[in-house]
Design a protein around this ligand. Structure first.
Ligand SMILES: Cc1ncc(COP(=O)(O)O)c(C=O)c1O
Length: 392
């Protein structure tokens, strides 16, 4: 498949038209909530129809084989074996499961970075308090120049008491790709377990969880992979599997089958709508067989780079990490002049129909521009003109 030039709008319009976003909106916030293309929504609807048309046949006979088949495809896509992976509703659910199960003792330490997602802080703060353990924040360098620099800043916070490191694959507020291979390599040498918070990684960047060698990896599939809302996964490495438990116990496998492996407990967790898990397989088809992952990554990185360059030109601020696909993928982050974040975000929406997050991070104001297949360079031009008006 030949990839069109990044700015050949006629060629890219074929993909743009797979989404049905509202005409009054320029949606530059896929990083928060990622809508699905038409083929994925149709696949989910077909599963839902089966559920509604004959619930017994769907739930008791068809759901398990479809769950297993979709899991097989997802495991291959993220680079692990299916027996290491279970579906969960989102990365938040996966992270809570890890916090619920991780064998943390009194006075031991969990380390996370100052770029972690706010809810992840809360999850580990509660887990550490419950076990009289300590939560320690490692500060990444303010200006990022090299992977070694980042790894050293994390390991400066690790000591004999550290049992677990919780780290994003791509950070939320700062859209930064962290050097996860080097981080896990160093953690293994020191006997520290690693839990990766990865909701931005699937589809946005290549992912091979077994190669990374982490202990836990949790992600949402309803961000860059564009699976239905309410789809995510958790992988658990072998040493933790035997004792790993769901927080909500049900049959595990539909009787007369019995749960045997750790993951069996996650197949049937009570009656509900599991169609987002099943249509995750169609989201993978969309990227792998229809557009192609390289084409998707090239186009969306080029758009993010265009956004970064145009906004930098406007505000004349330095971005705190290099302009390279090593450090960012489909989301551009640019610091803005001092001011309040939320009023500007609201004005961009109310006055221009532009949905884009303006973020306060470490006493600085940033804009994070997410670029997906439905976005265009001219939408970014519109954003820049709107910002020009508001920042003067
Ligand atoms: C880095 C990171 N972790 C976790 C989450 C939570 O994702 P979800 O709400 O899908 O569980 C987000 C959401 O934006 C995030 O950016």
């Amino acid at each position: 498949m030949t990839v069109p030039r990044w700015d050949d709008e006629a060629a890219w319009s074929r993909w743009r038209n797979q989404w049905d976003l509202r005409d009054d909106t320029i949606y530059l916030n896929h990083g928060s909530f990622g809508p699905s293309p038409r083929s994925v929504r149709a696949a989910r609807r077909r599963w839902l129809d089966q559920l509604e048309q004959q619930p017994m046949d769907f739930l008791a006979r068809r759901l398990e084989p479809a769950w297993l088949a979709s899991r097989r495809k997802l495991a291959q896509f993220v680079g692990t074996i299916e027996q290491n992976l279970v579906f969960v509703e989102n990365s938040t659910a996966g992270m809570n499961l890890v916090a619920h199960n991780f064998p943390l003792q009194v006075d031991e330490q969990v380390v996370l970075t100052n770029h972690e997602y706010g809810a992840v802080f809360r999850i580990w703060d509660r887990a550490c308090r419950r076990k009289d353990a300590h939560l320690v924040t490692a500060r990444l360098p303010q200006v990022i120049e090299s992977a070694e620099h980042v790894v050293d800043s994390i390991f400066a916070a690790i000591n004999q008491q550290t049992r677990l490191l919780v780290v994003s694959h791509i950070t939320s507020a700062t859209a930064l790709i962290l050097p996860i291979d080097a981080i896990c390599h160093r953690a293994r040498q020191m006997g520290v377990a690693v839990c990766i918070d990865g909701p931005h990684a699937p589809a946005q960047i290549p992912l091979n969880i077994d190669q990374i060698g982490c202990d836990f990896y949790t992600a949402s599939c309803h961000k860059w992979l564009c699976a239905p809302f309410g789809s995510g996964f958790l992988t658990v490495a072998k040493p933790y599997q035997e004792t790993f438990q769901p927080s909500q116990l049900s049959w595990g496998r539909m009787p007369p089958d019995q749960p045997e492996a750790w993951w069996d407990e996650f197949v049937w967790s009570g009656t509900g709508d599991r169609t987002p898990f099943l249509a995750t397989s169609d989201a993978i088809d969309f990227f792998q067989d229809q557009i192609g992952l390289d084409a998707f990554r090239q186009r969306t990185h080029a758009l993010a780079r265009y956004a970064r360059r145009r906004i930098v030109e406007l505000v004349r601020c330095d971005v705190p990490f290099p302009d390279s696909p090593e450090w960012y993928g489909s989301m551009a982050l640019v610091p803005l002049p001092r001011g309040e974040a939320k009023p500007l975000q609201n004005e961009l929406w109310q006055q221009h129909g532009i949905e884009v997050p303006i973020i306060d991070f470490e006493q600085q104001r940033f804009i994070r521009v997410s670029c997906h297949l439905y976005n265009t360079p001219s939408q970014i031009d519109t954003l820049v003109e709107a910002l020009r008006g508001h920042l003067q």
